[in-house]
Design a protein around this ligand. Structure first.
Ligand SMILES: [Zn+2]
Ligand SMILES: [Zn+2]
Length: 254
């Protein structure tokens, strides 16, 4: 099954036979805007309706996968709003929200009480509704601990996982809640991790640009906390090359 995917990138390195890249993650001010930047002349500006950009890079389905275990934390709806706003602002993607659904039991690993991130990505790809445009991506959010293989560790807990130039990415707030100053720092970490993992799906590797959102966390949280939350110039140029803006008329009618 792993062979179906080109690369499994995690904050803490690559899994399997792929060599880990390094980087530095950052966390500058995080936008709390509810929609993309207004487009001059856009008919919906000021109307309270969602802003519809003239061009988008892709459609991204956003869905919370809830931890069904008794007493499990809920992923805050306001934080989903923040993630949506950041993805729209940073990548000019059109975000479609799906109803929350439980984490699939098949991805649960009883021994470590964690969900297998690789299995969750495969599951997420099946959740993209019919009728969505070709190359629609999907990002899952959860409070449950998720893990993947990072040799020699078969079950390595991660902040997130994204399929390089693929379809699906996953973010877990479980480890991002550790040793935090305040709730705002948790939110910034979750948002930056979501931007990072979706960056992989849109075709961005790890890089070494200062404060670029695509820096590898290198096994710690410092780079995430110091991130600008956006791609640096080199990553932005690559993004424009591999996932260019295209007329939004390609968006689904849904
Ligand atoms: Zn990464
Ligand atoms: Zn970069």
């Amino acid at each position: 099954m792993r062979a179906r995917y080109k690369g499994w990138w995690t904050w803490w390195g690559l899994s399997g036979a792929v060599m880990a890249a390094t980087a530095v993650m950052v966390a500058g001010p995080v936008s709390t805007a509810r929609a993309a930047e207004p487009v001059p002349g856009d008919r919906s500006v000021g109307s309270g309706a969602p802003v519809e950009a003239a061009e988008i890079r892709a459609v991204v389905v956003l869905v919370v996968l809830e931890d069904p275990r008794p007493g499990a934390a809920k992923f805050p709806e306001a934080l989903v709003d923040e993630v949506e706003a950041a993805l729209a602002r940073v990548y000019q993607v059109e975000v479609r929200r799906l109803a929350r659904r439980p984490l699939p039991r098949s991805a649960f690993r009883v021994q470590r009480k964690r969900y297998r991130a690789d299995d969750l990505l495969a599951y997420l790809a099946t959740q993209v509704p019919a009728g969505m445009p070709a190359r629609t991506r999907v990002l899952g959010l959860t409070t449950a601990d998720i893990s993947t293989t990072r040799e020699p560790f078969k079950d390595w807990g991660v902040f997130g996982l994204g399929e390089l130039d693929g379809t699906a990415a996953m973010v877990s707030s479980h480890r991002l809640r550790r040793k935090v100053r305040d709730a705002a720092q948790v939110r910034a970490r979750v948002v930056n991790t979501a931007v990072h993992e979706l960056g992989h799906v849109l075709g961005l590797d790890h890089c070494e640009e200062p404060r670029c959102v695509m820096l590898d966390a290198q096994g710690g949280i410092a780079n995430t906390d110091e991130s600008s939350g956006e791609p640096g110039p080199a990553c932005q140029a690559k993004l424009d090359r591999v996932s260019p803006l295209r007329p939004a008329m390609l968006r689904s009618a849904q």
